[in-house]
Design a protein around this ligand. Structure first.
Ligand SMILES: Nc1ncnc2c1ncn2[C@@H]1O[C@H](COP(=O)(O)OP(=O)(O)O)[C@@H](O)[C@H]1O
Ligand SMILES: O=C(CO)[C@@H](O)[C@@H](O)COP(=O)(O)O
Length: 547
């Protein structure tokens, strides 16, 4: 039988990756990455106020180039056998659109306005708006944050919309609606040019927009009005949502021609990267699937009938069908993980770049090796009780209990503390933050039967994974694929195209398996357990500083 192919497209924070995958074996026939050029230059962003915006042109160019480049690597004839495409993106990454679903930044007059662009997940300009949403949601009326862990985050849809439309009258007037990045790309690929028919992802809506079937969709008009009457026009922006096994349609003539693909390619509805990544990584009921890169997203699925009476506090929500149909999808995460290590790298390297402008190339080479070097050295360190301890809140705290105004604290620094020691402290901080999440799930009645990890840190840092296994006191299985999110998207593409009947079948046929398992080292577990208690104490102290 002639094998067919699907394409999984994974829009990450810095780049988009496309993967052409054999639907019967899961083998990668081709893959390509495209780094967003405007984003790379830091355009439209202002880290001093945590403003991170992405231009839709970066996404458009990335979509076309990464798919074409991935297809170029495949044997002749592959493009003709492509049956489906599915897309995942970061989130909550919403952007304002006109009636046709066109992002405002693609329209004349808005091209250079950061408020007309997609507001990236890690943009924290809406801290005040998130606080307002929490205040109103928790004051006597219905609590629309109930399925979002009980706390609304500034990383999410409504806080971001409220912030932008309050700040920018031109956007307020021109934005007919707001779409998540993962909703826009399928609409674009299928030529859907109406905000009234564009499909909305259950995953994005349920986790980040307070959408819930029990209150018939989005929060009602009176709630939005109480937040601010500027939101009145977004009442009933949409009512229905779909899970990612529902096709968005067939590819438009324009995009089929652009990509050199057949006219009958089926396009899936989108979802967030971590959710499709969990599927790509082989998630099963009660697996905690950790996507560990710059940040982490922790995904868990559980049968609906076993969880219908549970509301898990302080996570990024629980949504029927957000990962796979007919299962409750639960999400948590840390707003920085690998980014914490990258911070130390920058701290070490930054002044050297300034002082040695003629040595940029050499320095870049050193920078590229620094984290691996620090890991190797840190592995050799004795484990001392009075080693410094840090909080993992370098980019605020996503979970447990979202709070993006808190920052990190490092205690126990002394004159003998060097870069290696500090790296050990940061790796432990990240792992302690991870343990706090696992503990929350278990304490709220959601058991964890296994831990699966994927993403850049999981693949690149054996040291960080060993420490994580010791701290969590659980084995951690590392997914084989370097591209698990795109592979997960490819599995959804195979289902929407009708090649596989459901996600279970797609996972069975297309899995990449596991590369290795990190087991907790019995002799180190008590050391980390003791330090975790101190981490919690320092956390309680730190929290008070940011009240
Ligand atoms: N050897 C290493 N040890 C620890 N962390 C690393 C190492 N190499 C890279 N990283 C971290 O990996 C992160 C990138 O992960 P990746 O999954 O590729 O990115 P993203 O989260 O954007 O998809 C960076 O934050 C970087 O600091
Ligand atoms: O928060 C989510 C999903 O809910 C992620 O999109 C966000 O953490 C970005 O992840 P990456 O840094 O792209 O791995």
């Amino acid at each position: 039988m002639e094998h067919s192919y699907v394409i999984g497209v994974d829009f990450g924070t810095d780049s988009v990756r496309s993967l052409v995958v054999d639907t019967q074996t899961g083998q990668e026939a081709g893959s390509a990455v495209y780094f967003y050029p405007r984003w790379k230059k830091g355009l439209y962003c202002d880290p001093s106020i945590q403003q991170y915006r992405q231009h839709p042109k970066d996404y458009l160019e990335g979509l076309e180039n990464s798919i074409k480049d991935a297809l170029k690597q495949c044997p002749a004839g592959t493009a003709a056998r492509v049956k489906g495409i599915a897309v995942d993106t970061t989130g909550s990454t919403p952007g304002p659109v006109d009636e046709h679903g066109t992002p405002l930044a693609l329209l004349p007059g808005f091209d250079e306005n950061p408020n007309a662009m997609f507001v990236l997940w890690k943009d924290h300009t809406a801290n005040a708006e998130a606080a307002l949403i929490n205040d109103i949601a928790h004051s006597n009326g219905k609590d629309y944050t109930a399925y979002s862990g009980g706390i609304y985050s500034s990383e999410w849809f409504w806080a971001k919309i409220l912030h932008v439309v309050q700040e920018d009258a031109a956007i307020k007037a021109a934005a007919a609606a707001w779409v998540e990045h993962c909703d826009w790309i399928p609409a674009l690929l299928t030529g859907n040019d109406s905000i009234h028919t564009l499909l909305r992802s259950r995953c994005a809506a349920g986790h980040k927009a307070m959408w819930n079937a029990s209150w018939n969709g989005l929060p009602p008009k009176d709630f939005l009005h109480k937040l601010n009457p500027v939101l009145d026009k977004y009442d009933q922006m949409y009512t229905d949502t779909v899970d990612a096994t529902v096709p968005a349609g067939t590819i438009s003539e324009e995009w089929a021609a652009k990509l050199g693909l057949p006219a009958d390619v089926v396009i899936g509805t989108g979802a967030f990267d971590a959710h499709m990544g969990a599927v790509g990584g082989g998630i099963r009921p009660y697996s905690l699937c950790k996507v560990i890169g710059t940040s982490t997203c922790d995904i868990l699925i559980a049968p609906l009938e076993e969880t219908s009476d549970k509301l898990v506090k302080g996570i990024c929500g629980q949504v029927d069908g957000s990962v796979v149909p007919d299962m409750l999808g639960l999400e948590a995460g840390q707003s920085a993980y690998g980014d914490i290590f990258a911070w130390l790298r920058k701290l070490v390297m930054g002044p050297l770049y300034d002082l040695m402008p003629d040595e940029k190339e050499k320095l870049a080479e050193v920078e590229g090796k620094l984290l691996a070097y620090l890991s190797k050295q840190a592995e050799q360190l004795p484990l001392r009780d009075n080693d410094p301890i840090a909080m993992d809140w370098f980019n605020g705290r996503r979970t447990p209990d979202a709070n993006h105004t808190v920052k990190s604290t490092i205690t126990g620094l002394h004159l003998g503390t060097d870069a290696v020691q500090l790296f050990k402290t940061l790796v432990e901080a990240a792992a302690f933050g991870a343990k706090a999440i696992a503990e929350r799930f278990v304490n709220e009645g959601i058991p964890i039967q296994e831990v699966i990890a994927l993403g850049g840190v999981a693949k690149k840092s054996g040291y960080a994974m060993q420490v994580l296994a010791d701290v969590m006191n659980r084995p951690i299985r590392i997914v084989n694929s370097e591209n698990a999110c795109a592979l997960g998207a490819a599995m959804f593409a195979a289902v929407v195209a009708g090649v596989h009947p459901d996600i279970d079948a797609a996972q069975a046929a297309m899995t990449s398996g596991f590369e290795t398992t990190w087991f907790p080292r019995e002799q180190h577990v008590p050391y980390y357990a003791n330090r975790y208690e101190k981490f919690k104490e320092i956390g309680a102290f730190t929290e008070k500083l940011y009240k």
